[in-house]
Each structure stands twice: as structure tokens, then as C-alpha cells.
Ligand binder design. Sequence first.
Ligand code: ADP
Ligand code: ZN
Ligand code: ZN
Length: 737
Amino acid sequence: MNIVRVALDIPLATLFDYTVAEGIDVGVGQRVIVPFGRRQMVGVVMGRVAATELSPERIKQVLQVLHGSMPLSASLLDLLRFCSDYYRYPIGPTVLSALPARLRSDKPITSKPGLGYRLSASGAALDLASFPKRRVVQRRILAKLAEQPCNLAQLKALSATAGAQLRALMAEGWVESIALVSPLSHGPSPASGEEEQKHTFENAHTLTGEQQSAVNAITQAQGYACFLLHGITGSGKTEVYVHLMHHVLQRGGQVLLLVPEINLTPQLENYFRSRFPDVALCSLHSGLSEGERLHNWQQAQAGAAQIVLGTRLSVFAELPRLALIIADEEHDSSFKQQDGLRYSARDVAIFRASQCGIPIVLGSATPSLESYHNAQSGRYRMLRLTGRALAEARLPAVRCININQTVMHHGISENLLREIGQRIARKEQSLLFINRRGYAPVLMCGGCGWLSGCKHCAGKMVLHLSDKRLRCHHCGYQLHVPYACPSCGSADLHPVGSGTQRVESVLQERFPDARILRVDRDSTRNKHVWQTMRAQIHANEVDILVGTQMLAKGHDFPALTLVGVLNPDSALYSSDFRAPEKLFAQLVQVAGRAGRADKPGEVIIQTAFPDHPLFRALQTHDFESWAASQLAERKMAGFPPFMYQAMLRAEGKQEAEVYTFLEHARAAAVELRHAVEILGVVPAALPRRANHLRAQLLIQSTKRKELQQFLHNWQSLLDALPAQKLRWSLDVDPLEF
Ligand code: ADP
Ligand code: ZN
Ligand code: ZN
């Protein structure tokens, strides 16, 4: 019997066996339609087997092979198998979630400009002489495609009915679609690996000594090697990437550049296009339409896209000639997916590089302590850029203002307001960085002390004055601002603390003529709005920027000379052991926005703890000693990177069910008697969200392998626990606590 094992989007840790009818050709990596229960589903063939445990009367037949797209490569399937296993997530959903939505559907893939056609493997093996003589147009198409891949227009030149005949050929599996770069002559020359590929390269700068040695080290690497490019902001990491790309492109390879923030991709795309004007570059991120996403994925798969720039999901792009991976801002937590397959794109990228035997570069001004530790211990190679690339661009001066010893105006100190005033007078820009959207974090009653809590969550509702609402940032629940206290009826309701909107209004009052721009998720819901805002900032049509962390990342605003940090203190004493690490990275990044051009920058931090070591390290620009002290603390406390962790989370409407499930899971874990540490069941950081009670159980081990073995055995016990009314998940290497 001819049996295939198929991955389906079904939350079971198994593949599904189907028979294939006589004479139908189906290969590993191909998409198929199969019956499942009463439904039909699209799946991916993961392998063939000679025998199945299913009884002959239960096994069903593959209904259709979806030709018309290239099969997934064995190496991508291997990568997905690894992810499914490592992150303890079922194989079917892992494989299907890596595909663009269009490839998960059974709809035929329609042609788009830039899409081309070529013979499939069976089409290429076909002897045209034996092909039915009556099918004249089909024969002509096959003959033409045997010469070279073509687009639809070229095929239509053969016959007016070429479109319909092409679809017939694709349905029979003779022809498949591929992405072509336009113009057609720019297509990849197949397997001409040796020959040097010419492209225009805008070599803007002579590299500094440090940049050059980084480029040399990476280009000389043989096979897999992981480099940590630790370069201060403005040290020219991007320039290093450009030179590395140039090197790879010359040799006909593909480059994958992973970036954390979807907002940054259009800007980076333009930048790299300007440096490589005739190189095919495409992006992959969740902001693309389904059609664009499919198109770009196929460009990458066909080898036509030479540079692929994308957010975390692009780590699963098909890249047949992948020769280099770069993960920029490798410390950024957005590389970690927080639901479904809870993968870290950075870590998957490292695995992928080792699988492909190619170098990977992790770039950051503030590396994650995990990567930094690995670089120090020699598992990665450390490359340092210690100076700013432009000689005249100095690092900003960092100063703390003690909020307990100065006059404050609704969260902004008098000193900071004065500094802003001076910048306005000099026609320079200021940026106020605050970690809270809305007007104020909470509304409070002066009569009875009532606070605006969310009735569905354990959190507080945030006051949004622009539309006079209280809004929960956890579950989205919203209410009109009450006129009187719901608890005691007093009208003495007032906002406590500040968010971006309140800061904006304080500034408006103080500087009535200033042009103030608020940049946060509320003001940039529309994706084009942010592009417009950026243009305004660049044209110096803005005096003061008020923003959340959205503004901290990667943007280059030449007129910006002052950065004010309003309320960083809560991260200093957070229950999340990574909070100080994140704050440090954020502040370095936001400080890096100041004084990038010829004007020196200044950073003012408002804090109640001006002597805290974190601020000291910022002032001296001393990542090394800061990281050393953090690592020493982590080692003492037994935290990552000295410990490997997995978190079991559960949530449900009934508190008792949540805790019973986790206690049973814990008992099962203890029974397994592995050398892992099993902590107690505790409430989640936000113990109630959208009316669901949330709790968690942490497992850890000093050895990754030990933890993996434990998880492997534990998973089947977890699957067997009763949990009808619960949602639970395992998070391997969790970032959120
Ligand atoms: P990073 O990514 O490390 O923050 P960038 O790559 O953005 O730094 O570089 C900062 C600035 O320095 C940019 O304006 C860039 O054009 C410039 N630059 C980079 N390398 C050089 C060099 N070798 N010579 C002169 N200028 C450079
Ligand atoms: Zn009250
Ligand atoms: Zn809520």
C-alpha cells in the first residue's frame, strides 16, 4: 500500500495516515486535501510509510494533491519537527502555522504579477512524445516551459486558452507556480554557485577598524558559527550587515534579516533597497495582505528574493540558498511568540543556522544576558563595536533628577520642563518617554479611596480623556467615565499617575505654541499614520514627542537632542526578574535617539532612586559591568541563563478547577523523579483576566537536556489530565512571568 503521513491543524501530537490512489504521484512536503471526520482539511505530507497501524477499513484516501505550489523542503520540515518537539507543541499546528494563510487553504493559488510557472519534477520527467496529441495547447505550454520558466503573459502568447489549459496542467501536477523576479532575466541562475554574481552596491562608508574586523571574522567563518555583534547605538551595526550582505549576494546566497518591530520594516526595507538597488528584496510580516505574504514567501522559496527582511514569523521562510542569518536587536522580547507555538525566533534562527551550516549574527547594543553569557563562555563569538561610527557623534550625557527633591507638575519635573523650553528656543526636538498609554493609569475617589478596577480582571482601568472612557488594557473592556464614585457617590474623582495623554496636556498648557506629537498605540492604530508622523518628525515639524516604547526602537531623528524618561522606577523592584534587564535595554535605546547627528544629546531620567546601579551604569555607558553584576545576581538566585525553565500555565472560570489541574500536574511531575526542580503552584502576575482565573507552575533545571527529557515524559501525563473547562499551555524558555 502507498501510505502518507500528513500534518493537519489538529491539536493532537500525531500525524495522520492516508492512502494514495494508484497512479497518483505525491511527494514529501506537498500539500494535500484529506477527509477528516466530516470535514475536508488541507495538510502537508511529512513522510511515506509502507504500513500503518490503522485497520484497512478505517484508513481513508487522499482526496487531492494540491499542485500549483512547490513542495516544502526536507530541511524546513526538519526545522518544524525540531520546534514542535522542543516547544512541546503538536506537529500539525506547528507545520501549518508556519505557512502563509493562502497555503493553508484549499483555494487554488491565483496568479499575480511576478508569479511564474515551471515544470514540476514529474513534468520535467515527462516524455512529450507520449503526451496525448489532441491536447495541442497543453503540449505547447509544456514544450515552452521545458525551455524556461514563464509568466502568464508569455504563455498566453502561445494561445488564447493558455490560462485554462495551464490550470488543467497544474491540477494534474505537471506544472507548478513559482515566484519570478521582474524583469524575468533577473531570475536566479540555477546552481551557478561558483560564479560571482554582480549587483550594484552603494558603498557609502569606509568601514572603521572595528567594523572591518567584525566583517572579516564573519565572512571567514566556515560552516556554522554564532556571532554576537555587541555595538553601542550608532556604532554602525547596520553598516556591518550591509557589507556582510554584499559578500553573501556576490556568492549567490540568500540572507535572512530578522527584525523585532513590524513598524520598522518599511523603513529598513527602503534603506536596504537604496544600498542594493538591483537586488531582489522582500519582506515577511503580519502586516502584509494574504496575497502579498504568499507572493513574498514564494519569492523566497524560489530563491528569487535575495534578501528577506522580516519579523519573527520569517524564520520559517523557505530559503533554498540561505547563507547568512542576521537577528537585529536580538534581545528584543518580540522575537518570542506568546501564544500557539511559543517559539523564540532568535533561538530557532540559531538552530536553523547550525542545521544549514551557516553563520548567524546576533546584533544588539544591549544583548540579552543569555546571549552575552554564551559569548563570554565561548559558545558564541563576541565581536565588539565600542565607538560611534561618526566621529563627531558623541554618546549622550545621562542625568538623574530626584523626583522627591524637585517641583513636579503632574509627573513632569520643573527642571525637565525648563530643558524642554530651551530646546524649543533652539529649534531642537525633545522626546518624553513614558510607559503608559492613556491619560492616567487609574481614576481614584477622594472620598472613599475607590480605584477604577476592571470588573473582569485584576488590573486597573486606564483613564482615556480624549473620548472620556475608562479602558482595560488587558481585556479591552471599556466604560464611560463616571460622574460620581460608584462606591460612595462622591464627585471628587481624580486621575492618579500619568499616561501619554496627560503628559501631552501638561506640555500643551506650559508650551501653548509648541507642536506636540503623541506616538503610542492609540495614536497609530492606522498603519499609514505612523509613516506620516515619521515624515513630520524628520521635517522638524514637531517640537516635542511624547511616546511609549514604540518610539524607542531604531528610529533616527536628527534634530532630537533631549530625551526625558518619566517613570522608570516600577521596573527596578518588579517581581519579574527580567524587568531591570528590559528597562536597561529600553533606556539605552531611547537614549540612543538623542544626539545622533552633529548635536550632542542629553538624557534626563526622573527617578526616586538616582543612585540605583542601573542608572549609574547608564551614565557611564558601561554595559559590561552592569551585565556582570546582573549575571552574578542571576547566578546566586538560580535564574536564567544559569537555569533552564518551562512554565505550565492554566486558566479557567473556576478557581478550584485551575488549581486542581495544576496540583495534579505537579504531582505527576514529582512522580517522574527527574533531576528537575518543581516549584509551587502560584497565581499568575495578573491573577484574573477577562473573568478567567490564571495560575502557573514553574519547572527548572540547570541542564537543558534534562529539562527537555522531563518535558517529553510529562507532556503525555498532562494530556491525560481532565481539563475540559480549562485552557492550559506549556511555555519553554518563558519570558513572561
Ligand atoms: P547602529 O545600527 O549600530 O545604531 P548605524 O548603523 O545606524 O548604527 O550607524 C550610525 C550612523 O553612522 C549612520 O548614520 C551610518 O550611516 C553611519 N556610519 C556607519 N558606519 C560608518 C562608517 N564606517 N563611516 C562613517 N559613517 C558610518
Ligand atoms: Zn468613593
Ligand atoms: Zn479587563
